[in-house]
Design a protein around this ligand. Sequence first.
Ligand SMILES: Cc1ncc(COP(=O)(O)O)c(C=O)c1O
Length: 394
Amino acid sequence: MNDIIELEQTYVVHAYNRPPIVWVDGQGVWLQDVEGRRYLDLVAGIAVNALGYGDPEIAETICQAGKKPLHYSNLYHNEPMARLAKTLVELTPFADRVHFQNSGTESTEAAIKFARKYARTHFGEGKTDIIAFTGAFHGRTMGALAMTPREKYQAPYRPLMPGVRFARFNDIESVRETIDDHVCAVIVEPIQGEGGIHPAQVDFMLALRELTHKHHALLIFDEVQCGVGRSGTFWAHEQLGVLPDILCAAKPLANGLPMGAVLVTERVAQVIHPGDHGTTFAGGPFVSSVANVVVHRISQPAFLQHVREVGAYFKERLEALKHRAIQEVRGKGLMLGVQLDIPAVNVVEAGYRHGLLLLNAGADVLRLVPPLIITRNEIDLAVERLAAALQDVG
Ligand SMILES: Cc1ncc(COP(=O)(O)O)c(C=O)c1O
C-alpha cells in the first residue's frame, strides 16, 4: 500500500487530500482496500455510484459496448446517444432536447453559454449577468467557479468571469434586490450539496420562477448532485412543482463513467446552432450505452420508491441517534446532511477506523450520499458504525 501512496505523492499534483487507503475492489455498497479491509460506503464517489459496485448489468453492458468502437466523435451520429436523449427528454416534462457533456462543471458551463446566447438572440446586447446563490457549488472551471462563492476556491484564480451576482439562498427578498433586466439567468441547486445539504423551499422556488419570468431571465436548475434519483424522485425539482428552462445533470448518469447532460426547452434549443458549442468526447457510444442502463433502472417507479423508503428510514435512524453533537438531520431521499457542532472531518476520520466511508459538506456537516441500492440492513450497520465514530470523537 505504501508504495502506491509514495508513487502518487511523487508523480501526481497534490491537488487532493487523501486518506491512507488504496482501493482494489468493490461490491454492492462495499469497497475493499489493498489490505483486504471492507468499508461500508456512504459516499458513492461523491453521489456518483448510484447502482453501487460490480452491478452485473452494468458490467455486461460495458463488455458489449467495449467490443465496439468507443468513440466516433460528435462529427457523426451514434445510436446509444440518440436513445439516451429520447429517454432523458421523456423523463423530464419541461425539456425538449439534450446537449451532452463530460462532467457537472461542463454542464453548468454549457448552461450559462446557452443562457447568454438566448438573451443575446432575443434581447440584444447587455443582458449577460447571472445570479447564483450563497452556498452554491457549480464547478471549478472559470465560468462555473465564478458562480461558486467560496473564497478559498476563487481567490487564487481571479480575475474570474465577470457578470455574476449573488443572492442569499432561500431568501426571495435578496433575489428581488439583486435581479434586473440585465440578468440573463438564475442558477440554483434544488438541494444544495457542497453547501451543506440545504433543500430549496417551495415558496422560494415558486417566487424565483415568477421573478425570472418577469425579468425575461432563464431559470437553470443545477441537479448535478441532487438529480437522477438521489432525492427519491428522478429529478429533485419534481418535489417542488417548479419547472426550469435549463437543467444540468452529471454525477450518477453513467454510474462512474464521466458524463454530463444539459436539458433544455425547445425555445432555448432554437438559439443554439452547429458550431455554437461542442466537445470531443461527450455523448460517445460507450458512455451512452452505460447511461442508458443507469437511467432506465433508476427511473423505474419501484427503484425511486426504494430510495424514498430507505431514505426516510435512514433519516429516522439518524434522528433517533440523539448524539449531543448532532444538531439537525436534513435532506431528501438518500441525500442527507447531519449538522454537527463539531468538525465533520474528525468524524470522517473516525469512520475509517470503523470501516465506514463518510464525507463532509463544509466544516460541520456530514454528507451521506450512499449508493441508491443500499438496504435497510446496511443502513442499520451504517448507523451503528456512525454512532461508534461519533463516540470516538466525543
Ligand atoms: C451541484 C453541483 N454542480 C456542479 C458540480 C461539478 O461537477 P463535476 O465535479 O462533475 O465537474 C458539482 C460537483 O460536486 C455539484 O455538486
